[in-house]
Ligand binder design. Structure first.
Ligand SMILES: NC(=O)C1=CN([C@@H]2O[C@H](COP(=O)(O)OP(=O)(O)OC[C@H]3O[C@@H](n4cnc5c(N)ncnc54)[C@H](O)[C@@H]3O)[C@@H](O)[C@H]2O)C=CC1
Ligand SMILES: CC(=O)[C@H](N)C(=O)O
Length: 393
């Protein structure tokens, strides 16, 4: 066993909250193993650790991939962190339909609205509280973890220390717990993981990634750490880089692509929309149903179809002007004005304009359903019916 592995082993024991006497015994065993292995060139630690039934974290660096496999009748037990944001409630609905209501637990640090609370299991979980997170995973026999907690691009720039804590320290907790308990882990990344020096039109899976936001930096970190844990410890890490996601029934949480959701609400309510990005700002976008389906599809993909662990996915790409024109086909009197927010504009100008998702399409059959016209029609149908319902009540 290499000294580096010994340090890691001891680190994991301490993170795993193993009590001191046990930790001391384990470290003694590990140190002896180190001495023996240095002498004879073999790797006895794996045996020593297996004999004392320790966690999967002692997998050697050339370990083959360990996936949690499920029989046809054995559904995964899913925990979604940050589940009360724009995407989590929708994902819980899709997964509950597939695996049963009680097999999908939503969690967040906020109070759930009553319709969410009554729709299925909800639990308080702060991803910065390692012990609490671990307890939830153990007590509920979680097998899949979907890690949605994050501060998005614009709010992240407004509070860098918090973004760093949630997006980086929180992720470390998630990775350790997932590796320790052999979970299949999904962490979304984003178009925001690229920067001004990346090729922007189109942006391939593998290219320069030098983002200029704390959000982007934390997401590149998540991609790299997840892939490292996969290669080093056999963690079943799966990651999709989402474009800007557009949804009708949930509000976005402080991103740069939020304008593409807001336009629908403002257009229907007031007939006016003030956009905080320049009219020619082109960004990749996707309707939420496509995003959630992609997430389920990659989680269910057989291991041998995944030639990579982090994939771009895309559906469409448009500017505020093009979106407004499509919206005006439904609401010809819509008045659109522009009042550019410099922070958001600078972020958008450093992000991909088009996303190359050929690898996802080739490897696990990714295919989007919604292009711009279908997106606009669907948003109007949904928000229009909600508004009519509110007027009746
Ligand atoms: N919505 C989008 O357009 C895109 C989203 N993504 C990623 O998808 C994931 C979900 O995104 P959204 O739902 O839009 O985000 P959101 O900002 O709407 O929701 C994030 C949730 O995380 C929770 N949270 C914050 N601190 C926490 C903590 N300490 N412990 C537990 N939860 C905490 C918040 O309460 C919030 O409900 C994020 O990781 C985001 O980076 C990626 C690309 C595009
Ligand atoms: C594209 C994203 O990651 C998010 N919507 C944001 O704008 O920050």
């Amino acid at each position: 066993m290499a000294p580096k592995s010994l340090h890691l082993f001891l680190f994991v024991c301490s993170r795993a909250n193993i009590n001191m006497p046990v930790l001391r015994t384990l470290s003694k065993v590990a140190k002896q193993a180190l001495l023996v292995s240095q002498g004879c060139g073999c790797q006895p630690l794996t045996v020593a650790v297996r004999n004392i039934s320790f966690s999967p974290r002692q997998v050697t660096s050339d370990a083959s991939f360990h996936s949690v496999s499920f029989s046809e009748t054995d559904h995964p037990k899913v925990l979604i962190t940050g589940g009360l944001g724009q995407l989590g409630v929708g994902l819980a609905k899709v997964l509950r339909k597939r695996f049963g209501n009680n097999n999908v637990i939503l969690s967040d640090i906020r109070k759930p609205p009553s319709h969410v609370f009554h729709s299925g299991p909800f639990i308080y979980s702060d991803i910065l509280d390692y012990k609490n997170l671990r307890e939830i995973v153990v007590n509920n026999r979680i097998t899949w973890l979907v890690h949605y907690s994050a501060l998005l691009s614009a709010v992240g720039e407004a509070n860098v220390p918090l973004a760093r804590a949630v997006n980086i320290t929180g992720l470390h907790n998630i990775l350790d717990i997932a590796a320790e308990h052999g979970l299949r882990l999904f962490v979304p990344s984003t178009i925001g993981a690229f920067g001004p020096t990346s090729p922007r039109n189109p942006t391939p899976d593998l290219c320069i990634q030098r983002p200029r936001t704390i959000y982007g930096v934390s997401k590149v970190h998540a991609e790299l750490m997840g892939e490292y844990y996969h290669h080093r410890y056999g963690l079943d890490f799966r990651c999709l880089r989402y474009p800007g996601i557009i949804s009708a029934d949930s509000q976005p949480g402080g991103g740069t692509t939020d304008y593409a959701v807001q336009i629908f609400h403002d257009a229907i309510k007031t007939g006016k929309f003030e956009c905080n990005l320049r009219p020619d700002t082109r960004l990749p976008m996707m309707y939420i149903d496509d995003c959630l389906r992609a997430t389920v599809e990659i989680m269910e993909s057989p291991v041998d179809t995944l030639s990579m662990r982090t994939y771009n996915i895309n559906a469409m790409s448009f500017t505020p002007e093009e979106l407004a024109q499509e919206v005006m086909k439904q609401l010809p009197d819509l008045e659109v004005s522009y009042d550019v927010d410099q922070v958001r504009q600078a972020i958008a100008d450093s992000w991909p304009m088009n996303f190359d998702d050929d690898n996802a399409r080739r490897d696990w059959g990714w295919k989007h359903d919604y292009d711009l016209p279908e997106l606009v029609q669907t948003m109007f149908n949904y928000i229009g019916s909600e508004t009519r319902l509110a007027q009746v009540n």
